[in-house]
Design a protein around this ligand. Structure first.
Ligand SMILES: [Zn+2]
Length: 116
């Protein structure tokens, strides 16, 4: 697989985006949030994401408060998160929210977020 164009949204559609992602490079994480949600993440630079409809969203911060988790206050789905890496804005796209993608068919890398 290579970088391809995807559409994603929360369940009710209040949050919608298009993103260029390489789904060979996805992560699952065992932290106290991702473990509960079962999120599968694709982290990309902000330029790779185009917000079509951005909410309203509710922000949730925890641990070092470095990652802005954004979820829909209506349907409760965390469609994306925002953070920073090396001074650059990055998005975490929740692969579970993409159209036409079966996240369970992917081979995610495990991130030990619980130890961060
Ligand atoms: Zn929603």
């Amino acid at each position: 697989m290579a970088v391809e164009h995807y559409k994603g949204s929360c369940q009710c559609g209040a949050i919608a985006y298009e993103a260029d992602l390489d789904l060979d490079q996805v992560n699952i994480c065992n932290c106290s949030r991702c473990g509960r949600l079962g999120s599968v993440w694709s982290f990309v630079p902000a330029e790779a994401v185009k917000m079509v409809k951005d909410g309203p969203t509710t922000e949730y911060l925890f641990n070092k408060r470095a990652i802005s988790h954004r979820f829909c206050p209506t349907c409760g789905i965390e469609a994306y998160a925002k953070g920073e890496r090396g001074g650059q804005e990055i998005y975490g796209i929740n692969v579970n929210c993409l159209e036409g993608v079966d996240p369970r068919s992917l081979s995610p890398q495990k991130v030990d977020g619980a130890s961060f």
